[in-house]
Design a protein around this ligand. Sequence first.
Ligand code: SF4
Ligand code: SF4
Length: 453
Amino acid sequence: MNQLSGLDITLFLFGISIFTFFLLIAISSAREKEKRATFVSLIMAFVFCSLFIVVAIVDSSPQGIFSWVLISLSSLTILSFTFPIDKKLRSNPDTPVSRLDERDVIFSRMKLKPGDGRYEEYYEKNPGKKALDDQLRSAPPLLSPETPFYHAFYSEKGRNIFDEVDLLYDKVDGNISKVRQNLDVDEITKEITRYAKQLHAKQVSVVSLLDHHLYSTKGRGENYGREIQKKHTFSIVMTVEMDRLLNRTAPTAPTTYESAVKYLQSGEIAVEIAAYIRKLGYSARAHIDANYELLCPLIGRDAGLGEIGRMGILMSPELGPRFRISVVTTSLPLKSNKRKRDLSMLEFCQLCNKCSNNCPANAIPKAGMREINGVKRWQINQDACFSYWKKVGTDCGKCMAVCPYSHPGTSFHRWVKRLIKRNILFRHLAVYMDDLFYGKYPKSYPLEKLTQA
Ligand code: SF4
Ligand code: SF4
């Protein structure tokens, strides 16, 4: 038997390394219950490994020319996708010129009832919205038994939890202790962050509260139509992670159940933190699902938690859009976090378009950003999105489920996100690889499997 040359050994080592790499991805994907990604990784493991071994065995060219070509090409490919290469990304204008009126938000409009005065006043000023709003109001409520995706377990649990969220509204504000504690700014900022994390917030960040973070006018509740004044100086922004598997069932009921669970959890954390601050002698208000005086994505972005991507909501580098957010505004002096921008996320959105291609309502733009109210951004068609919600009876969430940033925080996905951030070529490759591993139009995770688990 011929002795193995140094070149042959190099090829075998390359083959075994690539095999191990894809095998590890396959194991990780199997744990995530991603069948297609597991299968694709296994195929790649065998194809690449065989290629190196076959070339090592059959290359009889002088000086092993084919072996050298394969080794050089592979090394060059690995280097060009992993070496830090980026063009200088420039941020766009991102401060809104004017504040948004909460009365124009679809969820506020759905609360209007003929004869309550607000209804007549609103549609007199906005006649173009009346026909669609009347039609949407007359459709059955989300998660109700008359809706197509109704599921006795998940829909009823979801309804139950949304009722619990409603009970928190009375607790968002309250009495302030007469004894005001004298606190060190650094220490109390750390303490609040620690406390929120003990209550299971995933990310916590503090930022100065600015005028453009607030709605101009209340659009819900007893203070409807009241101008919103800036009473506080700081915002504490908190997120809670949504379960990946439940979200992958989008647009069926379990994804809305998961939204409800995380709205409740994020709401409870905000209510607790606000109450604690009031006990320390400072005013504080929790802003929770359907009871906001401000725009959470905007504050989250300014607090450095992420960027507002193609689907018009906040995306963090760690969780993508797969989280719920709550905010506490307060007069307690705190230390603001420095905003660190990750423009690679917006660059990736320019290339990706997966949410837009998978949106059943065509509500997400496919084109580039446009300037809206002084901010260059993408904006979804809120009315089209909500019309789909009412049609199926859930909060859909398909865009969140298919977003490449929504994958769980395993070592593999963290590594992919790191390369997306540092290498412009890998950004292009990642768009194609996500389609190859998970499908261009990923299927919803089957409900039967969820109930069997
Ligand atoms: S799916 Fe793609 S385009 Fe849409 S938000 Fe996620 S990364 Fe951006
Ligand atoms: S929630 Fe559904 S309908 Fe709405 S934008 Fe996302 S994918 Fe489209």
